[in-house]
Structure formats: structure tokens, C-alpha cells
Design a protein around this ligand. Structure first.
Ligand code: SAM
Ligand code: DTB
Ligand code: SF4
Length: 338
């Protein structure tokens, strides 16, 4: 390649939504930028909106595990797949409180409770409300991911003190039915609207590495960035390939493609907490460092995700130290994104 043709690659690319929604093409153009330019642009946007080196530590706990009636092709907790996950009923308040306290002592500021439900019943919401009140009482930020919600259920969770609700769009609408057949993309959007209307902050992202095409990755980011307002938290997961799930044999995603997704999430949703989420065990330290360069400023922290592994706490503490990053100290909830 000649120097002249290399130079032409460094074309200016749209850095912010000029007017109207993000098109899939505009997101795709960002994803296709020369790698160094993209990471540089993402880091520039990042520094305009967040203090340097601040990383949020969020700890996950599966408060109700397995036996889920949905068939999400990535998920080890679906009752349809033989993954060896043992179903467990909803945990008691004192047990959850002990786990939250331990997470707080280890430095986490956000505690996220996950339940393997398609949609909770009203009596489940009441029980989870008690868990939220208890964790909130520690002074931690609370997050829950319980499946689809009705508006009155979202309001009940808000009244209990819920700060964030996690509900992922997972992929582009066009690819969704390849991954999940037991519910529709619109169901996900309806729950997000109920969460937003109840005044709960939205945590919504997706998964890379499920056999999707590049256009589907662009489509996912466009969907997220066009939510009005866009989510306060955006978890970008790399598929954890669990034996027994339909997606267990998916082609692993190129690590640089994963970094690109983080960078484009940062550029299109400048004020969001972009979380480098599931799949960190496979990424290694150098790729994680690139993700932080590209604008990730949150991780799941703790030896376990929901049912699968995560880097050891000690390894994460070392990694942050080596990179000169600091755990976010304040438990205060950030301002909603404009
Ligand atoms: N049942 C609720 C639901 O589906 O909304 C909440 C729990 S569910 C496990 C939360 C999210 O975890 C999913 O939407 C998906 O994005 C992510 N997830 C599940 N299994 C995963 C895997 N194997 N690898 C990466 N992310 C995964
Ligand atoms: C999210 O985006 N990732 C988390 C959380 N939200 C609930 C879940 C990751 C699950 C990884 C596989 C498992 O351990 O079940
Ligand atoms: Fe159930 Fe959630 Fe897993 Fe889907 S992702 S199977 S809804 S626990």
C-alpha cells in the first residue's frame, strides 16, 4: 500500500449525532475506521466526559438461578439446555445482604441482582423489593435484572430504591430471532420503556460473538444509541461459550473487533458507563487495557458473573494498579444522560 492511499484512509468521520438518529451506516463507518484513529477518537470523547482513570466496579449475584422457560441461545440458565446449572429458588434477604456487604468491602459500588425469570410475578417483585431495600441500606447503588416488567412492577422496584434495571437488547433486531425464539425484540423495548417511565436508570447492552455479521453489531449500537435518552449503563459482553447452549460452538470474536465495539459505544453514547462485561477471562490483560483506552469505564468485579467465572478479584486489583486506574469511590448515582 502506498503512503498516499494510506493517507486517504484517515478521513474525518462523524463524531457526534449531528441531527436525528444514528443510522446503521454511520455506526458501521465508525466501526470500520482505522483502529488507532478509532481508539484515539473514543479516548478523546471519554476524557471530555469522565475523570481520567475512573473505573466503576459492579458486582453480580444470581439471586434466582436456572430453570428459565426462555430459550436465549447464549444462556446457561435456560431449562431447555443441558448445561449442568442447578436450579435454585430466590435467595433470602440475609444471604444477599452478606454477599453485598462482602462486595462493598472489596470495593464495589454497584450491586446487581440477576434472576433467571422470563418475567417476574407480582409476588416475586415484592420479594426482590425487600432485597433492594436491604442492599440500598448499605449505601450501594442497586441494579436488578429480572426479565420483562410491567409498568406497575417497574414502579414498585423504583419505590424500593432501585437505581438501575438491566435489560439487554443483546443484538440487532434483524438477528434477534436467530438467537431467541420465545420472545420478541419489541418485548425488550417495551420493558425498557416501562423502566424509563418509572424513573429508573437504564442499563442496556448486548453480546458480541454469537455468529452475528458486522452489520448486526452496527445495528445493535444504533438501537442503543437511539434510545431517547440512551442508557446510563451499556454492558458490552463477549459471549461466554457454555457447553450445552446452542451457541457453544460460535466462532470466537477477534479481540480487536471487540475493542471496536467498546470504542463505538463510547463515541455514540458519550456519557454512558460503558461496561467491559462478560468474557473478560478470555480477553487477557492487554486487550482489556485496550478496552479501557477505547472508553470502557466499568467492569463486573468478583470471582463469578451469574453462573460462570470472572477474573479473580486479586487479578483485577493488580490490573487496575498496573494501568494506573482507580476504582470509583462514590456510591452516588450519576446524572441521567442527555
Ligand atoms: N432473565 C433476565 C433477562 O434475560 O433479562 C436477566 C438475566 S440474563 C442472564 C441477563 C443478560 O446476561 C442477558 O440479556 C445477556 O445479555 C447476558 N448473558 C447471558 N448469558 C450470557 C453469556 N453466556 N455470555 C454473555 N452474556 C450473557
Ligand atoms: C450483562 O450485560 N451481563 C451480565 C449482566 N448483564 C446480568 C450477565 C453475564 C452473564 C454471563 C454468563 C453467566 O454467568 O450466566
Ligand atoms: Fe432466561 Fe434471562 Fe437466560 Fe434468557 S437470558 S434464558 S431470560 S435467564
Amino acid at each position: 500500500m502506498t503512503v498516499a492511499s494510506e493517507v486517504t484512509l484517515h478521513r474525518p468521520v462523524k463524531t457526534a449525532r449531528a441531527e436525528g438518529p444514528w443510522s446503521v451506516e454511520a455506526v458501521q463507518a465508525l466501526l470500520d475506521m482505522p483502529f488507532m484513529d478509532l481508539v484515539h477518537q473514543a479516548q478523546t470523547v471519554h476524557r471530555q466526559h469522565f475523570p481520567e482513570g475512573d473505573i466503576e466496579l459492579a458486582t453480580l449475584l444470581s439471586v434466582k438461578t436456572g430453570g428459565c422457560p426462555e430459550n436465549c441461545g447464549y444462556c446457561p440458565q435456560s431449562a431447555e439446555f443441558d448445561t449442568g446449572v442447578k436450579a435454585q429458588k430466590l435467595m433470602e434477604v440475609d444471604e444477599v445482604l452478606r454477599a453485598a456487604k462482602a462486595a462493598q468491602d472489596a470495593g464495589a459500588t454497584r450491586f446487581c441482582m440477576g434472576a433467571a425469570w422470563r418475567a417476574p410475578k407480582d409476588r416475586d417483585v415484592e420479594k426482590v423489593a425487600a432485597l433492594i431495600e436491604a442492599v440500598k441500606g448499605l449505601g450501594m447503588q442497586t441494579c436488578a435484572t429480572l426479565g420483562m416488567l410491567e409498568p406497575h412492577q417497574a414502579q414498585a422496584l423504583k419505590s424500593a430504591g432501585l437505581d438501575y434495571y438491566n435489560h439487554n437488547l443483546d443484538t440487532a433486531p434483524e438477528y434477534y430471532t436467530d438467537v431467541v425464539q420465545t420472545r420478541q425484540y419489541q418485548d425488550r423495548l417495551d420493558t425498557l420503556a416501562a423502566v424509563r417511565a418509572a424513573g429508573i436508570n437504564v442499563c442496556c447492552g448486548g453480546i458480541v460473538g454469537m455468529g452475528e455479521q458486522p452489520v448486526h453489531r452496527a445495528g445493535l449500537i444504533a438501537q442503543l444509541a437511539n434510545l431517547d435518552p440512551y442508557p446510563e449503563s451499556v454492558p458490552i459482553n463477549s459471549l461466554v461459550r457454555v457447553p450445552g447452549t446452542p451457541l457453544a460452538d460460535s466462532e470466537p470474536v477477534d479481540p480487536f473487533e471487540f475493542v471496536r465495539m467498546i470504542a463505538v459505544a463510547r463515541i455514540t453514547m458519550p456519557k454512558a458507563r460503558v461496561r467491559l462485561s462478560a468474557g473478560r477471562q478470555q480477553l487477557g490483560e492487554a486487550v482489556q487495557a485496550l478496552c479501557f483506552m477505547a472508553g470502557a469505564n466499568s467492569i463486573f468485579y468478583g470471582d463469578k458473573l451469574l453462573v460462570t467465572g470472572n477474573p479473580d478479584v486479586e487479578a483485577d486489583v493488580q490490573l487496575l494498579r498496573k494501568l494506573g486506574l482507580q476504582a470509583r469511590r462514590t456510591q452516588q448515582v450519576e446524572e441521567p444522560c442527555a
